[in-house]
Design a protein around this ligand. Sequence first.
Ligand SMILES: *Cc1c(COP(=O)(O)O)cnc(C)c1O
Length: 354
Amino acid sequence: MEIKITKTTTPKAKPDVSKVAFGTEFTDHMFMMDYTPEKGWHDARIVPFGNISLHPATTALHYGAEIFEGLKAYRTPEGKVQMFRPIENARRMNSSADRMCLPAIDENDMLQILETFVKVEKDWVPSAPATSLYLRPFMFGCDEHLGVHTVHHSVFMLIASPVGSYYKEGINPVKIMIEDQDVRAVKGGTGYTKCGGNYAASTRAGERAAQKGYSQVLWLDGVERKYIEEVGAMNVMFKIGGTVVTPMLSGSILPGITRKSCIDVLKKAGIPVEERLLSVDELVEAMENGTLEEAFGCGTAAVVSPIGELCYKDKKYTVNGGKIGPVTQQLYDTLTGIQWGTVEDTFGWVYPVD
Ligand SMILES: *Cc1c(COP(=O)(O)O)cnc(C)c1O
């Protein structure tokens, strides 16, 4: 694939990443390409970052045809830049695209786009410990009329945002509320895709939880409100009686790359891990009889996020004395070590860029 590069003539000053809020500063350029059934993907280009102009009838604005991905470029102590399992993001984006009737992107083209873009924005990959360049690929339907049908014209874009350390004051366990009213997704729906609509529908529960002092909600399944699914924008794992249990991928849960990586790291470390149905009753019982040893969310942004308190039907449970547990810490150290290039990557996950 040929990518035309037009560099900005007015590069911005790099921000102090220790002070920027997530996703508020963007690099100098962005990637764009268009799709039509006649021409396929075409006009791949890197251009100066800026606003885009859309017809008011643009499909995505009315019928929500939008999907995205999230991954990071990391700087190693030697000053090199690398990504973490980008092929997994390329595959998941295509799986989301398939569900939403948006066009697929060849995996190798996607890797080439990511790599070329990160090379152009190399100087934007920060080097302070635990900082990174967050990459946000996204795609939306761009037909200019109100008829409801499969999208014809689609746009794919990639923007990037330098991000500071997720844990500025050390790893603080979060408080999570188990949501028993709203649901995020159902089997057969779009729960397994990274689509904007999933987020729009989950905002209300998140807001309600925030008002009560909780940082995110833990979703239950959409049919029986019985089985644990995932947390806000993270998958979730519980260490119960020595075994790490995580909800199995059932179609309504986002198949997280961090989740998958945690499972592989745990298996390699000889820690038992089970992907299965986990009911909220089983979890409550484990909290009451003291067999719940650790709980944590996992996702690209935080890597792992220990859960220090869970609230279910107004009852509060403290997990591991409100502190990070040893397995959570081990996963954090291993994954961040591989991502930032301080721990040997024995899995073949790292994708060197420069
Ligand atoms: C992105 C996302 C995750 C985590 O996926 P990673 O690939 O690990 O970043 C989990 N749940 C939801 C709803 C997500 O959107």
